[in-house]
Design a protein around this ligand. Structure first.
Ligand SMILES: Cc1cc2nc3c(=O)[nH]c(=O)nc-3n(C[C@H](O)[C@H](O)[C@H](O)COP(=O)(O)O)c2cc1C
Length: 195
C-alpha cells in the first residue's frame, strides 16, 4: 500500500466531533477534537482516550488540573467547528455567548450537546506533537438522541471562507506537528515537554 493512501484511511477513523474542555486556576479552555475515543469495556468503569495537541491552550489546562470534559456534539451544532476549532482561547474568549455551567469538579460543561462526560486523568502518553490522555469518566449526562456530527459531514457544510480559514490554520499546524512528532519525551505522571 502506498503511504499516500494512509491519510484517507486515517480520516475514516476519526471520532465523531467533540468539544474537550478543561479549567485551572480561574482559566477555562475548550477546543474541537476528533481524537476522542471510548477506552473501556467495563460499563461500571467508563474511560476515554483523548488526543490533544500540546501547543493548545486546552492541553495546558488538562496538564495542570488532571481533568477534562468530553462533549459529543450534534449535527446542527456544526458552526461550533469554527467557534471551538479555528481559534485559541488565548486569542478570544470562546465561552462568551455560550451557555455553560461549572461542574462540581470545576470543569466547564456546555449546554445543548448530545451528552457530556467529566473525566479525571489516569495516564498520559507523549505523542511528540500531542498528548494522549487516558481518563476515567467520573460523571456523565446524555441529553438527547440527536445524531453525532462527523468531520466528512462538516466538510460538505463549511462555507468557502471558513474552509480557507481552516486551510490557513493547517498550513501552520501540520508543519509544526511534523517537527514535533519525533520529540517523544514522556515524563510520568501526566506531564510532558511542550517542546
Ligand atoms: C474538525 C477539527 C478537528 C480537530 N481535532 C483535534 C483533535 O483531535 N485534537 C487536537 O488537539 N486538536 C484538534 N483540532 C484543533 C483544535 O480544535 C484547535 O487547534 C483549537 O483552536 C485549539 O484551541 P485552544 O488553543 O483554545 O485549546 C481540531 C480542529 C478541527 C477544526
Amino acid at each position: 500500500m502506498p503511504l499516500s493512501d494512509a491519510p484517507t484511511l486515517l480520516s475514516l477513523m476519526w471520532s465523531p466531533l467533540t468539544v474537550v474542555t478543561a479549567a485551572h486556576d480561574g482559566q477555562r479552555g475548550g477546543q474541537i477534537a476528533v481524537g476522542a475515543f471510548a477506552a473501556s469495556i467495563v460499563p461500571s468503569q467508563p474511560r476515554v482516550l483523548v488526543q490533544i495537541q500540546k501547543r493548545n491552550h486546552t492541553n495546558s489546562l488538562i496538564e495542570a488540573s488532571g481533568r477534562l470534559a468530553v462533549h459529543v456534539i450534534a449535527r446542527d451544532q456544526w458552526p461550533w467547528v469554527r467557534h471551538w476549532g479555528f481559534r485559541s482561547q488565548t486569542e478570544v474568549d470562546k465561552f462568551e455567548a455560550i451557555d455553560w455551567f461549572e461542574h462540581d469538579s470545576g470543569l466547564p460543561i456546555l449546554d445543548g450537546v448530545v451528552g457530556w462526560m467529566a473525566c479525571r486523568v489516569v495516564n498520559v502518553m507523549d505523542g511528540g506533537d500531542m498528548a494522549i490522555w487516558l481518563a476515567d469518566v467520573t460523571d456523565a449526562a446524555r441529553n438527547s438522541r440527536a445524531q453525532p456530527l462527523r468531520w466528512h459531514e462538516v466538510q460538505q457544510m463549511l462555507p468557502p471562507e471558513w474552509a480557507d480559514q481552516y486551510g490557513q490554520k493547517l498550513s501552520h499546524d501540520v508543519p509544526d506537528s511534523g517537527r514535533r512528532m519525533q520529540e517523544l519525551s514522556a515524563k510520568p505522571p501526566w506531564r510532558v515537554e511542550r517542546g
